[in-house]
Write a protein that binds this ligand. Structure first.
Ligand code: ACO
Length: 324
């Protein structure tokens, strides 16, 4: 018997306010056409004043619980992937724990920027595989709009807010790649690339939150290479190849990165989940948001082989292969 972590439920939350590309035309020298053609983004959601990452995460978690037919008492642990915590501490995960009314178990945050959800998923899988938890809420949640310099056209048009959640549950598998659940994963980071994407503030440097700085063009090229590499590593570990994949659910940073990676892997775009047009780049929330939307649209179904991959600040990147 192999202890597998299978997906039991998925849910998401998007703030009410939808911000079209035209909003930025009044702020910086840009156009709807530039944003659409260079990034694929048409609109994004921004959190309301006072709306926090943990509040959005709670709503996504409640949607996932409902989707799984579970209650809070069924959950053993919460992992929140976020770069935009409510406070420097305590963790956003413990605030979500409280917000859900959960009085037992444990909760912690994972910080790997846009790759955060993949890192959180791999951590949750390890906790389940080693018997430390049976059911884990894995959440990606961001109020990324709070890190934007609204005078920097190269970054402010790209990001959005939102939250997505997934419930993993221990399940007895056979140990083959026919099993449901997480089959293989691959994590990487390289701190030498720090300056490609970072925030210029923090508690132990400036004492402020800071704003996003990005060398978008360099990052773009690096992203396609790294994402293809990590996808192949995960598939190789699972004894699978590119052709076996039913769905790629990529981090939603830029439609051109998504298309470039799919092309390198020989996967047609019909098998790629794309939400970047509606959400923008929601950092750690983008993959669970895309998974939730894809399931609710009837695209991803039980038994499908799903590959998720992401890259973000650090740089940090990775992938997970799972059977839904
Ligand atoms: N509107 C109009 N023009 C713009 C804008 C804008 N919003 N932003 C930049 N430009 C200009 C630039 O100034 C430049 O002008 P110049 O030629 O006169 O110097 C020109 O457009 C081209 O700029 P590039 O940066 O070369 O444009 P590119 O085609 O690379 O697209 C983009 C930029 C969308 C940022 C792209 O590089 C990208 O998506 N990069 C990767 C982002 C990413 O993967 N992030 C990953 C993780 S995010 C995370 O971890 C938080």
């Amino acid at each position: 018997m192999t202890r597998r972590a299978i997906v039991r439920g998925v849910g998401h939350y998007l703030p009410e306010r939808i911000v079209p590309n035209s909003f930025f035309e009044d702020l910086v020298d840009t156009s709807d056409e530039w944003i659409r053609t260079r990034s694929g983004i048409e609109r994004r959601h921004f959190a309301a004043e006072g709306e926090t990452t943990s509040q959005m995460a709670v709503k996504a978690a409640q949607a996932a619980l409902e989707n799984a037919g579970m209650q809070v008492k069924d959950i053993d642990a919460i992992i929140v992937a976020t770069t935009t915590p409510d406070l420097t501490f305590p963790s956003t995960a413990t605030m979500v724990q409280h917000g859900l009314g959960m009085e037992r178990g444990f909760a912690f945050d994972v910080q790997a920027v846009c790759a955060g959800f993949v890192f959180a998923l791999v951590n949750a899988n390890a906790l389940i595989a080693t018997g430390q938890a049976n059911r884990i809420l894995v959440i990606g949640a961001e109020t990324f709009s709070r890190l934007l310099d609204m005078t920097d056209r190269s970054t402010c048009v790209l990001f959005g807010d939102g939250a997505g959640a997934l419930i993993l549950e221990a399940h007895a598998g056979t140990g083959t790649n026919e099993d449901r659940g997480i089959l293989a994963s691959d994590l990487n980071s390289d701190g030498r690339d720090r300056d490609m994407l970072f925030v210029d503030g923090g508690p132990s440097t400036t004492g402020t939150t800071g704003v996003v700085k990005m060398l978008g063009n360099q990052l773009f090229r690096r992203a396609v290479e790294r994402l293809t590499e990590t996808a192949r590593h995960s598939l190789g570990k699972a004894g699978l190849s590119d052709n076996d994949i039913d769905w790629i659910v990529p981090h939603q940073a830029n439609i051109r990165i998504i298309k470039g990676t799919a092309k390198k892997m020989g996967i047609p775009m019909e098998r790629v989940i794309v939400t970047v047009q509606d959400h923008g780049n929601t950092s750690a929330a983008s993959i669970p948001l895309a998974l939730s939307v894809a399931q609710s649209e009837g695209k991803i179904k039980r038994g499908d082989l799903v590959l998720t991959e992401a890259i973000g600040g650090g740089l940090a990147w990775g992938s997970v292969v799972l059977r839904w």
